[in-house]
Design a protein around this ligand. Sequence first.
Ligand SMILES: [Zn+2]
Length: 133
Amino acid sequence: MSYNKPLPRLDTLNKPFWSAAKEGKLLLQHCPACGDTRFPPGPVCPKCLAGDQDWVESSGKGTLESWIDMHRAYWDGFKDDLPYRVCLVRLEEGPVMVSNLVDKTENLRMGAPVKVVFDAVTEDVTLPKFTLA
Ligand SMILES: [Zn+2]
């Protein structure tokens, strides 16, 4: 079975994130110099420009900032999923992630607590998605 949706391009910068996701962990890039925590990762800290960055494990918990239901497939691979839900989640650690909310309920509200779930879509890529907590 082949996966026919867009996939992230794995590189040296984001490899720790995707390797951890395969193990069911959500990592955020962290700056040891100033304490900034962010997603997505970058080559230097955007706050203090320090080059040495490390990773911290997120609790995987956050709140629903916003969401939309996609009723049109811009890639053929999404046709069978319509409508599917795209969400913005603010993690407890501060960063905001764009992801999918797997719940189909119409009873959503901004600020609802959510938690990460992992969807292994290929051998190399496990996508962090979110569900209502
Ligand atoms: Zn910094």
